[in-house]
Design a protein around this ligand. Sequence first.
Ligand code: SAH
Length: 347
Amino acid sequence: MSDRPLLGMTVEEMEDAMRARGLATFRGRQLARWIYLRRAADFEEMTDLSKDLRARLSRDLTITDVRELGRWVGSGGAATKYLVGLGDGSAVESVLMRYDYGYSICLSTQVGCAFACPFCASGAEGLHRDLTAAEIIGQWYLAQRRLDERGERISRLVYMGSGEPLDNYENVLDSMRLFHSSGGPGIGYRRMTISTVGIVPGIRRLASEDIPITLAISLHAPNDYLRNRLVPANRTYPLAEVLAAAAEYARDSGRRLTFEYAMIKDVNDHPDLARELGILLADLPCHVNLIPFNAVEECPWEPSDRQAIDTFERLLSMAGIGVTVRRSLGSDIGGACGQLRRRFGED
Ligand code: SAH
């Protein structure tokens, strides 16, 4: 009997898999502990299972079909990029980031992306396919296994890698439920962030769930005219609708919103735009992250000057908006945003 890989199953599903084999139900919880809490990669590591049972399980079950294809350390050790191979031969990337509070991992949700923001490498070739919840969790598992060697732990998840999380709603939500579940990896909803181009029906649906994650909106512009160019999804879901849905999310979840704004030289970094943004966001419980633009091959745009970023930050601050200039981690290892996978695909 073969089954889907264990990593990605809930504890209940592991229990069912054991029962289906005529084994005791508690074996399911035992497997979950080995896989989610001890990151076992082989049944042989599961020393409280008899030798016969280990042999039997390894005959007809696999732990995971994701694997580490490569790993690059950058930003003086603060960022590590993983190229993660999937069962069908495709690959995605994830980035582990070290902050003062601990480790955070940036997870991909799709192979490619359908939303074609002109400055983002992920969308350059369109959408290939959705990731399964197991493949999303697999990215965490590979990086966490490496950290286990040093006794360190990933405490935050950001769904900000390749793909659009709200375009793969079910699988993304399943992965979050599993991360949060008892018997799972034990990462709570409050330590998870989803970043979206602003898919209004997805935001509304998220607001109706009782899941207090942080919602981050990729804003990049304070008006439809400019945002239509930077985030083409804005033509389907214009700014006013995105902000109304985001406000609803903030109200229902009690969580402050995050707005991401990539600072692109002479494109969206003029002081007038900072003033416009300050007015636009004045009534929302939110925080703005200014991200130094990451240069990508297919796009002629450049990062804003330090001075332009400082002025933009100061103007937002004066408008009463919480704002942080995000450290640009990983630009020396091919950034995030699909750059590595594409390079890998070309070799
Ligand atoms: N599709 C989702 C999540 C993936 S992109 C979204 O759009 O939010 C994660 C973030 O990286 C988004 O804010 C995106 O606009 C930003 N991004 C993509 N390419 C970038 C680049 N070259 N430089 C800086 N930020 C970039």
